[in-house]
Ligand binder design. Structure first.
Ligand code: NAP
Ligand code: PAF
Length: 298
């Protein structure tokens, strides 16, 4: 069985590592920008309260030539600096799987690793970092899809990766509409995250702000249509409200980033939408205002 190598061992990366380890799949952890991580045990606190203790091998950039599958679980703005040290060292047959919120990293990765099969993964599992590991905070779906020609040409690889993820995660499957799923998550995150980061409130607070959400969706609608998505404005409003209601008790990741004085992923959410809209000659004044307000907080 091929070994999974996790680049970005934070909340999601540790969760993935623990769940893969638990399903008896070989997994290692990579730090590409400095010394190897400490060899201490890690702990995955499961949803049922039990704890898995695990200790995967730690790799550094010099081990890049041995990596068989690379799952990148850094924040979106860390993808490029985390992958840069691996250019020219990662075998060209190694699939790269990008798993992060937001969009806008893909073009750089395609250029830096033109021959590697590139996949996108999207997950709605929830995870929170602990001092020596991770707390699994919620089950969710994970979707994997091919994102470049090398990945599309190798459907056996795509099926194998999805099947192996499905052995480990509560749900995982191959998606043939990963681009749509990416955009759908982008729209949801580009509305829920900045609104809650600015108000400091839980996601559920947005259920009382339906009109603002409808205005934000109406503004995005021409861009979504231009991207080839035929869904109505109401569809997008419903999706945003559904996620706000399913995660009503959560503080969004951006709310937590702002509250803790950390950088946010706004450049890969509103920022990405603004760049796409500009290229199409579409104005997004409401997204622009959210973008600027979050930048001011950062
Ligand atoms: P996180 O806890 O901050 O994890 C990112 C990890 O990447 C950190 O441990 C960071 O280390 C590490 N990293 C940065 N540069 C690196 C490098 N060069 N080499 C190796 N590791 C490096 O973030 P997260 O919550 O796991 O989120 C990751 C992505 O998943 C984000 O896009 C997030 O929006 C998305 N997501 C999160 C959740 C969730 O529940 N947490 C759910 C779905 C999606 P340092 O801390 O040392 O910089
Ligand atoms: O970024 C987040 O916080 C999550 O993706 C979501 C779905 C908005 C739930 O909090």
């Amino acid at each position: 069985m091929s070994q999974w190598c996790i680049l970005g061992c934070g909340a999601v990366g540790s969760l993935m590592a623990g769940l893969l380890w638990q399903s008896a799949q070989p997994v290692s952890l990579l730090r590409s920008d400095g010394p190897r991580m400490a060899r201490d045990d890690l702990h995955l606190q499961r949803l049922d309260g039990s704890t898995l203790t695990f200790n995967p091998p730690r790799l550094g950039q010099d081990d890049a030539g041995e990596i068989q599958r690379l799952l990148v679980t850094t924040k979106a703005y860390q993808v490029q600096p985390a992958l840069e040290p691996l250019i020219g060292k990662l075998p060209v047959t190694t699939p790269i799987i990008l798993l992060h919120n937001g969009m806008g990293t893909q073009i750089w990765v395609e250029r830096a690793f033109p021959e590697n099969p590139l996949f996108i993964a999207i997950t709605s599992n929830g995870a929170r970092r602990l001092e020596r590991g991770v707390l699994h905070t919620g089950n969710g779906e994970t979707w994997l899809g091919a994102a470049n020609e090398a990945a599309r040409a190798n459907s056996a690889l795509a099926h194998q990766l999805a099947a192996d993820l499905a052995l480990a995660l509560p749900h995982a499957a191959l998606s043939h509409e990963i681009h749509f799923r990416q955009w759908e998550k982008l729209v949801i995150n580009a509305i829920i995250n900045p609104l809650t980061a600015l108000s400091g409130e839980r996601n559920g607070s947005l259920l009382a702000r339906g009109e603002e959400i409808a205005d934000l969706c109406a503004e995005l609608h021409p861009l979504l249509q231009r991207e080839g998505f035929g869904q109505s404005e109401e569809y997008w409003v419903e999706r945003v409200l559904l996620v706000a209601s399913r995660t009503a008790e959560n503080y969004s990741s951006m709310q937590q980033d702002v509250a803790n004085g950390r950088p946010t992923e706004i450049d890969y959410l509103s920022g990405y939408l603004l760049r796409q809209a500009r290229a199409e000659g579409i104005a997004l004044p409401l997204q622009q205002a959210l973008y600027q307000a979050i930048k001011a907080k950062e």
